[in-house]
Design a binder for this molecule. Structure first.
Ligand SMILES: Cc1cc2nc3c(=O)[nH]c(=O)nc-3n(C[C@H](O)[C@H](O)[C@H](O)COP(=O)(O)OP(=O)(O)OC[C@H]3O[C@@H](n4cnc5c(N)ncnc54)[C@H](O)[C@@H]3O)c2cc1C
Length: 274
């Protein structure tokens, strides 16, 4: 396993929604995973970056940033996705501490608190509806034209969810906890949590370079077993999904591992039959 140790949730203090690991830090989660993998002598863990991959099903060749060279019969890409934050002053200070991307991961911890949603259009509307299950103090900040359909605007108003479409000047925070959002017109709103929609980019460009098909959003297309459009190449986790939770990523990894193992065993079986 090649992993350069930059998981998407590195910025957060706690992982939620993964039973038996609720509240564990991402670093501790990985430490436990590595400890358990190390118990298996057939698993080698390398802290390194896969930089170049050539070959095809049955004989891939991987070169790494540290000069490593590996051969593999199959490849499993679980390189995740990267979040590109909107350019808002102060957002980096609160990201992962009181500003999050997934209501189902961090909504409960912000229950009954004043929450700002920084998004526009349908994304803002759906986030507001989802978060209404945790807090009745929600504001939508579209940081420019709202992009909301008239019906969406009407529904937000009916649920007493204000929409601020003035550009955001700055997020004021203390120790990573958001205090206020300031707008260009000098107005501000108080809040204790933010949910926003980052732009997502693939964690690794290599699958595409190897010919794997992607959706227009940059998600690797896989079947139910994690098989991409290229024989011998599999993918799991955020890189091949559009719902982002650690437990989903783990489940996809498990399915792909079973498929890879089955393929390898079937190939070995066929080779050794007389
Ligand atoms: C702020 C935030 C909070 C979150 N909170 C939660 C939560 O509470 N609960 C929850 O379930 N989910 C949460 N998530 C979502 C969760 O982080 C992801 O769903 C999960 O990390 C996906 O796992 P993954 O293995 O697919 O990708 P990642 O965890 O991103 O891991 C990908 C790994 O691949 C490595 N990599 C990439 N390219 C290469 C390369 N070329 N060579 C070697 N290694 C490489 C990276 O360094 C990284 O270690 C959160 C996400 C964010 C951004």
């Amino acid at each position: 396993m090649l992993d350069n140790g930059e998981p998407r949730n590195k910025v957060t203090r706690e992982t939620h929604g993964f039973l038996t690991r609720d509240g564990v830090s991402p670093a501790e989660f990985r430490r436990l995973a590595h400890e358990q993998m190390n118990a298996y002598p057939s698993v080698q863990l390398h802290t390194d970056t896969a930089e170049r991959i050539t070959g095809s099903d049955g004989q891939f060749h991987i070169q790494t940033a540290r000069g490593g060279s590996f051969r593999a019969k199959k490849l499993l890409f679980a390189a995740g996705k990267k979040d590109v934050l909107p350019n808002i002053r102060g957002l980096k200070d609160v990201y992962g501490k009181s500003a999050f991307i997934c209501p189902y991961c961090d909504g409960w911890e912000l229950r009954d608190q004043p929450i700002a949603i920084i998004a526009n259009g349908s994304s803002a509307f759906h986030s507001a509806r989802t978060l209404s299950g945790w807090s009745k103090q929600i504001a939508v900040c579209t940081n420019g034209p709202s992009g909301l359909a008239p019906m969406q605007q009407h529904e937000l108003l009916a649920h007493r969810i204000p929409v601020y479409d003035t550009a955001i000047r700055q997020i004021e925070s203390s120790g990573g906890i958001v205090q206020r959002i300031w707008f260009d017109n000098g107005a501000s709103i108080r809040c204790r949590g933010i949910f926003f929609a980052p732009r997502l980019v693939p964690g690794s460009p290599m699958p595409e370079a190897l010919g794997c098909r992607l959706t227009p959003e940059g998600t690797l297309i896989v079947d139910d077993n994690g098989q991409t459009s290229v024989p011998g190449i599999f993918s799991a986790g955020d890189q091949a999904a559009e719902t982002y939770m650690a437990v989903f990523a783990a489940a996809m990894g498990s399915l792909a591992a079973v498929s890879i193992n089955r393929e390898l065993l079937a190939e070995a079986w066929a080779q050794h039959s007389d």
